[in-house]
Design a protein around this ligand. Structure first.
Ligand code: FMN
Length: 168
């Protein structure tokens, strides 16, 4: 497995903490965690394997720094890259827009020449609507530090095991 770039956007630090957990699960020698607030979209080109992570704010809005990063990414070549997405949200307080930001990342990457991997089961979550759910499953890893923080470690471990088999 080649180098992995974990690019994240985080407003109060929760997605940043999750990015570092994911980095540790792969090993710091092969995975880098990069805050998109201080990254350029071209920085992704040095990685064959990419992980994008962001929280959701407002009502279903992608985290601000990640929104900017994603719009810059439209000029970046992702050909041949495998990309997995993760996101944080609050399924109780924002049950109608749960982790919608993850859905937005997924939808925008759909126009790019990359392979999207890392879908997970919706079992164990309770919400009314989420743009991150497509065809009955989540398009990435979903974490909820407000309501299910005790499940984060196990969810990260399982997801990273899944990705290790799929990444280049
Ligand atoms: C004002 C506000 C709006 C939010 N809107 C949403 C939302 O629409 N959907 C959702 O799933 N979570 C929402 N959240 C929850 C955050 O996504 C959650 O707290 C997340 O862990 C924050 O991660 P960060 O610190 O990395 O930015 C909102 C939280 C706040 C305070």
């Amino acid at each position: 497995m080649q180098n992995i770039g974990i690019f994240y956007g985080s407003s109060t630090g929760k997605t940043e903490t999750a990015a570092k957990l994911i980095q540790a699960a792969f090993g710091e020698d092969i995975a880098s965690a990069i805050d998109v607030a201080s990254a350029k979209s071209q920085d992704v080109e040095q990685f064959k394997n990419l992980i994008f992570g962001a929280s959701t704010w407002g009502i279903g809005d992608l985290q601000d720094d990640f929104e900017d990063f994603l719009s810059d990414l439209s000029n970046t070549n992702l050909e041949g890259r495998k990309v997995a997405i993760f996101g944080l949200g609050d399924q109780e307080a924002f049950s109608d827009s749960f982790v919608d930001g993850v859905g937005e990342i997924y939808e925008q990457l759909g126009n790019k020449n990359c392979e999207l991997i890392g879908g997970t089961s919706i079992e164990g979550y309770e919400y009314d609507a989420s743009r991150a759910e497509k065809d009955g499953q989540f398009v990435g890893l979903i974490l909820d530090e407000e309501n299910q923080s005790e499940m984060t470690d196990e969810r990260v471990t399982q997801w990273v095991t899944q990705l290790k088999n799929q990444f280049n």
